[in-house]
Design a protein around this ligand. Sequence first.
Ligand code: GDP
Ligand code: IMO
Ligand code: MG
Length: 436
Amino acid sequence: MSNIVIIGAQWGDEGKGKIVDMLAPDMDAVVRFQGGHNAGHTVSVGGKTYKLKLIPSGILHKDKICLVGNGVVLDPREFCAEMDALIAEGLDLGPGRLKISRKCHLILPYHQALDQARETSKGDDKIGTTGRGIGPCYEDKAARVGIRACDLEDFDLLRGKIHSALKEKNALLAGLYGQKSLDPETLAAKLKPVAARLAPYLTDVSEELSRIEARGGRIMFEGAQGVHLDIDHGTYPFVTSSNTVAGNAAAGGGIAHSSLHRVVGVAKAYTTRVGSGAFPTELTEETGRYIQQKGAEIGTVTGRKRRCGWLDAVVLRESVRLCGVNDFALTKLDVLSGLPEVKICTEYVYRGRRILYPPQAESGLAEVEPVYESLPGWHENLSAVRVFSDLPEAARNYIARLEALTGVPVGIVSVGANREQTVMRGLKSPQPPSAG
Ligand code: GDP
Ligand code: IMO
Ligand code: MG
């Protein structure tokens, strides 16, 4: 029982990057398995803050192998820019420890142009995507016309594929959306040096992982986004374009499902969401603004203010059910200090009935009425707490209530952005959840 999958249990930005970085010393390798540079994972160590998008959050530990699995959509120019930023910080990013699957699909400028043009054309109905071309790239993958990282190794082939792709994309961009057409030769020429730079990093990630397992190494799978942004199980259509659930770590990493031993669900002590879509516990008044400001809830990728609300046990229960979450890592508990009361949504009222899981109909979540339980707040500053028993009683009760409502123990409590601002309780076994 050694490999761990880290997933976001809400709508993203739960603090996955911090938890991956913190758990990395006990692991041998960290693998991203889905998403792209729509992800923004902030890791704060020793007074420095690192913004990671595509490069796994284990990279700050110099002896860890970091892999980008086949399920990731990779913008090659963005990847190089991210490498440059980390190299400037003095990190070793050689191909001995940073590797990219040859099977990754590439995000190219036409994907971004299409993503943005579509969003603009949707007006008020827009999804609120990050505009990074994620959806259009996964579309090409499913349509079997995508360009993959392995195509970077053969420039003539790559050039030919860009020409074919742009026949269709330019018809859409110019014909339907009134945008400028893109020139295939210019695009290919810009990719040439990028392809040369990335070539040494391309590998068979699946084979690398089986080698690490064979020598008894431990692998951590780093999820991006959150369960409720999953293309199948999230709040469709206001979702991302990949499966964010834990099971996809197998397909998107290239490993057997039996190698996914433990699932840690990262959850904020409250809830946030960026972009459009239903959010039952959203606070649009003073408390919401307090949490937004105190928690510095601003998106890493797009700089948008995150919408904030109370902790939602219905949302978490669904994540437990879909991902087999063994433990929660509860982050940003420090942000709730200073509130006279803290609320947890225990269930919803939907069309006159009490329900414990989100309704399946597309508009369902927008219709539900959250049922709240109010608990006493606490005023103490938690940022220096390192031992569970040093947390104020009210904060411990809040955690105990979350555990009872979901049936999952909180194994890690985070009380600040820095690596060391963490309370480790140990990873335990789940108990059956109780309702209400
Ligand atoms: P991710 O996408 O899930 O990795 O999360 P983000 O990095 O986008 O957003 C989480 C933000 O909260 C980052 O700015 C972190 O530095 C910060 N953070 C993480 N854990 C804590 C915590 O326990 N307390 C506080 N105050 N900030 C935290
Ligand atoms: P991390 O990994 C929060 C949201 C976008 C939008 C929807 C679709 O940092 O938790 P996309 O660009 O993926 O097509 O946008 O998904 N979204 C995220 N929200 N954190 C993220 O990543 C996100 N990645 C995408 O805001 O609502
Ligand atoms: Mg983020």
